[in-house]
Design a protein around this ligand. Structure first.
Ligand SMILES: Nc1ncnc2c1ncn2[C@@H]1O[C@H](COP(=O)(O)OP(=O)(O)O)[C@@H](O)[C@H]1O
Ligand SMILES: [Mg+2]
Length: 364
């Protein structure tokens, strides 16, 4: 869990210190007050990237030349100070004031699951964005996956480069193809596992989150997922003419997709925005269990603007669904009755300044 966060020159924050409760924390503030910026900082220090910009420079306060995030964490009574400094030339991380040599080593130190409303677009977006969505989740729990996935991508680039040549070196092509098959078998297994895991658990989560009766089927779609090494090799061999004509590798896990259906219809064509949001939330709740299973550690749940588009009944169900062993940070524009609970710490956020509130006047 995170005990406290310090931000300097991060986005709209010049200088912020905030202590978090180990249970649910709710940040209440109007639009543009810094709610998402705060979650983004936590997301950034755990995932070494932002969920809303590719350019780290955007994260530095406009008038400054560096940004700093410090979080003090606690796991099994072990405390750690994790720091990240971002400047125009790059970023570095340190743990207990020792600089981390390889940035990627910071991954897994703090595991977060982030929900933000715009992410529901993955259901109607390209296969590639759905692949990325799940690759990121698998990668959080397995450094091997990240490494092997990277190797596969390099091999794919090599193979495609080879396919573009006038005279293809068949021996080299064979070597690369075999290595590619090895990495794919590993990747396919992990993708199958996460699909099965979500399918087994999503129903129960949806029931807790929603009173409507709808079921979700997630399918992992891949033309190579059921093949063993030899079968894949013969597929690649029989594809050679097509691949060299297309000058690219036409089949493989780089073409995989995931499908989400309710009653046999794709959910993006059937469910309302509110229902789609609940499906995404149900998936996020399954991912909590997935991370716990694979890392034996509780992730931190970050729910950005999660209550909009949900009626009071669904808002209540959502708050109830949060397991008490998962530290949670929720942002919202309005204080409402859902939060009238002693286990929830409430903060008011205004112009990127934060105040802890004992209780608000509730408009009934
Ligand atoms: N690099 C930056 N420097 C200064 N202010 C920034 C920077 N990036 C974003 N902001 C400001 O942060 C505010 C948005 O904060 P955000 O956390 O997204 O709001 P919300 O509370 O609606 O989630 C905007 O007013 C924007 O101008
Ligand atoms: Mg926001």
């Amino acid at each position: 869990m995170i005990n406290n966060i310090q931000l300097n020159n991060f986005r709209s924050y010049k200088d912020l210190q905030v202590e978090l409760s180990k249970n649910i924390n709710v940040f209440i503030g109007e639009n543009g007050q810094g709610k998402t910026n705060l979650l983004e900082a936590i997301y950034f220090i755990s995932n070494i990237r932002s969920h809303r910009t590719r350019s780290d420079k955007d994260l530095i306060h406009v008038e400054d030349d560096f940004a700093r995030i410090i979080v003090n964490t606690e796991k099994n009574n072990k405390k750690e100070k994790i720091m990240c400094v971002i400047h125009a030339e790059g970023k570095y991380f340190s743990i207990n004031n020792n600089v981390v040599a390889k940035t990627s080593d910071i991954l897994g130190r703090i595991n977060t699951i982030l929900f933000y409303p715009n992410e529901t677009k993955i259901f109607s977006d390209t296969p590639s964005s759905r692949r990325t969505f799940f690759d990121v989740e698998i990668g959080k729990t397995s450094k091997n996956y990240t490494r092997i996935f990277q190797e596969f991508n390099n091999l794919l680039k090599d193979r495609n480069r080879l396919l573009k040549e006038e005279k293809i070196d068949k021996i080299l092509l064979d070597v690369i193809t075999k290595k590619m098959i090895e990495s794919q078998l590993f990747i396919i297994n992990e993708r199958k596992f996460i699909t099965e895991f979500i399918n087994n658990k999503i129903k129960n989560n949806l029931k807790k989150l929603s009173s409507d009766e709808f079921e979700i089927d997630m399918t992992y779609i891949s033309s190579v997922k059921d093949l063993n090494f030899d079968e894949m090799l013969s597929k690649y061999n029989s594809n050679i003419d097509r691949d060299s004509f297309a000058r690219t590798t036409t089949e493989g896990i780089h073409r995989d997709d995931y499908e989400f259906k309710t009653n046999g219809v794709e959910i993006s064509k059937y469910l309302s925005q509110g229902q789609t949001r609940l499906v995404l939330l149900a998936i996020k709740f399954v991912l909590i269990d997935y991370i716990i299973l694979k890392t034996k550690e509780n992730p931190i749940l970050l729910l950005d603007d999660v209550l909009s588009e949900l009626d009071l009944n669904h808002q209540k169900k959502l708050i109830k669904s949060i397991p008490n062993y998962v530290q949670t940070i929720i942002t919202t524009t309005e204080y409402n009755l859902v939060f009238k609970n002693a286990d929830i710490r409430k903060y008011q956020i205004k112009e990127s300044k934060i105040l802890i509130k004992e209780d608000f006047d509730v408009k009934q």
